[in-house]
Write a protein that binds this ligand. Sequence first.
Ligand code: IDP
Ligand code: MG
Length: 154
Amino acid sequence: MEQTLVILKPSCVERGLIGEVISRIQKKGIIITGMKMMQLDEKILREHYAHLVDKPFFPGLCESMMASPVVCMVLKGADVVSVFRAMTGVTNGRKAAPGTLRGDFCMSGQANIIHASDSPENAEIEIARFFKPEEVFDYTPANVSFIYATDELN
Ligand code: IDP
Ligand code: MG
């Protein structure tokens, strides 16, 4: 099954929203295969946000991402990259649709509570950046046959 990398940003951790996000992930039927707290630094953020290093808001983005520990997760599921991006909503929380995590829980374009990988290829790169192989547990929960039809499992 596909994997994605999720980061619960300081705007999620500091506002006490970790449980809300994890609850939605689990209620959806997405499997959490890795989870840990980390304090990010500028080195890892320059890699993770390489596409944004030249933007004027990059220093502020780094500061906001280092303001507290974050929670990093690896999620597993069929089409989980696109499924979880849809659950996350668009970048700016003020524009994100109600019902999405950003739409329901944030008001900011920067402090938007969650990072979620945007493609399966980037997900694999990001998982390797934030997790050691032994920190990801590729188990299958006992209820999986009630989450998917048999022909959806591979
Ligand atoms: P995404 O998180 O929805 O994939 P990206 O464009 O990859 O959005 O940007 C990464 C992060 O950089 C965003 O989640 C947000 O925290 C921050 N960011 C993006 N655009 C802006 C901006 O115009 N102003 C301030 N922060 C921004
Ligand atoms: Mg992005």
